[in-house]
Design a protein around this ligand. Structure first.
Ligand code: SF4
Length: 480
């Protein structure tokens, strides 16, 4: 049987030169392929713009092969024992696609017969999307029953930890360095150590919320904004452009890459230099921008220019809450027509990058299906956001409880930072009362600020929550 070992680069992060026990990831994976008895040369491909380009590259690279073992090229600690189990399973059942489930990403490959690729390429062309580590499985899931698929389950289910042992970001490198001395442990022991060590999920910040203005155009029913700033509808203070740039530069130098959300308790469209702020951010390598907005107050020329500059790095979440003018007015106030028009315009200018959002409340629960259908058809995607009662500071309006059966440490304390106009930095949007101040982002280094947050995360690990967190049910929500 002609087996091909394929190393796929999913990103451009400069991790190729990093050494892991004295070898690059590529060298380690090549040795692994040899140990597994894969005799054909190892081929390296990627990164790719989209799934079509990815599938086309696979079709080309896999010609003549009868079996392909696909490794992420940034995964230096792929486990030989799991790879071997996966291959045996694939061969025993003559599967067309075999994957592992429940392991952290980066420990296991995918195995497939190239016969599946023409179908996947067809599906990729019909629904273009960015190429990533999950693309092969996601494409297959379009109609998974058409293929013979085998699954190898992890003896310790680590899905909820979202650990990725891949050098695809500075966060990934930090995690890999923390666990590399455990690599030679037997599999179960290694996985149990990952499970027990809750602090592993907190590496470096991934999401940065920034207050670029303290003004808003609406205060929706689900917002506690007036509780801490009764002047929010009249407020007109703005973050200076040089402070914005300085903040992003210093945070990026620490975290490597970031999703920046400039709507932290403020409406970004109110900033007189919003176009400049967003263009500056888009010019910084490693930034993805996610703009949450009411959809009110945007200038069309600005949006057109931003669409030219965005390079797929600018996303919008438009807070609508309803498709029905009367409900909209009741929940948000005036502006329905403008918000709808802006949402349609954003979808035209930023295809695939716009999420119309509704907060799911008892007030609009009956409209959920209509909202979902309408915007899925127009935008391809929708966010049905859970209602947040801010730890009891607002009435509880959520129609269903989706929280996990057991509480875990908060994802926001693990991954986010939120910076107010004056630089005061807290872990999350919910701490609007500034009870967990980590420092000042304009006068202290990101490292100092971030490291202070490990004390709060430690409290979460020991289930000893400060009052702002105690009744908060945002802990299981995830930004980026
Ligand atoms: S539990 Fe709530 S208040 Fe505490 S860090 Fe998480 S999101 Fe913030």
């Amino acid at each position: 049987m002609k087996t091909l070992a394929l190393l796929v680069n999913f990103h451009r992060y400069p991790s190729r030169e990093l050494l892991w026990d004295g070898k690059t990831a590529s060298e380690r994976l090549t040795s692994l392929a040899r140990s597994l008895g894969l005799e054909t040369p190892v081929i390296e491909v990627g990164p790719f713009q989209d799934t079509t380009e990815y599938m086309e590259a696979l079709v080309k690279a896999c010609q003549g092969a009868e079996e392909v073992v696909l490794f992420g090229a940034d995964a230096p600690y792929m486990r030989e024992d799991v790879c071997s189990q996966l291959l045996s399973l694939h061969r025993r059942y003559r599967a067309q696609y075999t994957f592992a489930d429940g392991f952290p990403s980066g420990l296991t490959p995918e195995v497939f017969h190239p016969v599946i690729l023409p179908t996947l390429l067809d599906w990729a062309k019909k629904k273009p999307s960015p190429a990533g580590r999950e693309s092969l499985f996601q494409l297959l899931s379009t109609d998974i029953n058409r293929f013979d698929v085998e699954t190898h389950l992890s003896p310790v289910d680590l899905r909820s930890r979202r650990l990725s042992l891949t050098a695809d970001s500075a966060r990934g490198v930090v995690l890999l360095r923390r666990v590399e001395s455990w690599n030679s442990l037997p599999l179960r022991e290694f996985l149990e150590k990952l499970e027990k060590m809750g602090s592993l999920v907190r590496t470096l910040p991934a999401t940065l919320q920034v207050q670029v203005t303290n003004g808003v155009r609406q205060v929706p029913k689900w917002s506690p904004h007036l509780q801490f700033d009764p002047r929010a509808l009249e407020a007109r203070e703005f973050l200076a452009r040089d402070q914005w740039n300085g903040l992003l530069d210093s945070m990026l130098s620490f975290a490597g890459d970031l999703t920046v959300m400039p709507a932290f308790w403020g409406e970004p469209s109110m900033h007189p230099q919003v176009r400049g702020l967003l263009v500056d951010a888009l010019g910084k390598p490693g930034v993805t921008l996610c703009v949450e907005t009411s959809g009110l107050g945007w200038n069309d020329d600005d949006l057109v220019l931003l669409s030219r500059e965005s390079k797929g790095q600018l996303e919008f979440i438009v807070e609508l809450d309803s498709l029905v003018p009367e409900t909209y007015r009741r929940l948000r106030g005036e502006g329905f027509e403008e918000a709808m028009a802006t949402t349609h315009r954003l979808i035209e200018l930023f295809p695939g990058k716009v999420w119309p959002q509704t907060v799911r409340m008892s007030d609009n629960e009956e409209e959920m299906e209509g909202f979902y259908k309408y915007w899925t058809q127009k935008a391809g995607q929708v966010i049905l956001q859970k209602h947040n009662h801010f730890g009891g500071r607002l009435p509880q309006l959520k129609p269903a409880d989706l929280s996990p059966w057991a509480r875990h440490p908060c994802w926001h304390a693990a991954r986010d930072l939120a910076v107010f106009l004056d630089g005061t930095t807290v872990p999350c949007r919910d701490d609007f009362a500034r009870t967990q101040v980590l420092g000042n982002a304009f006068s202290e280094t990101p490292e100092v600020i971030w490291n202070r947050g490990s004390a709060l995360f430690g409290l979460h690990l020991s289930e000893n929550y400060p009052s702002v967190c105690r009744n908060c049910d945002e802990y299981y929500t995830f930004n980026y």
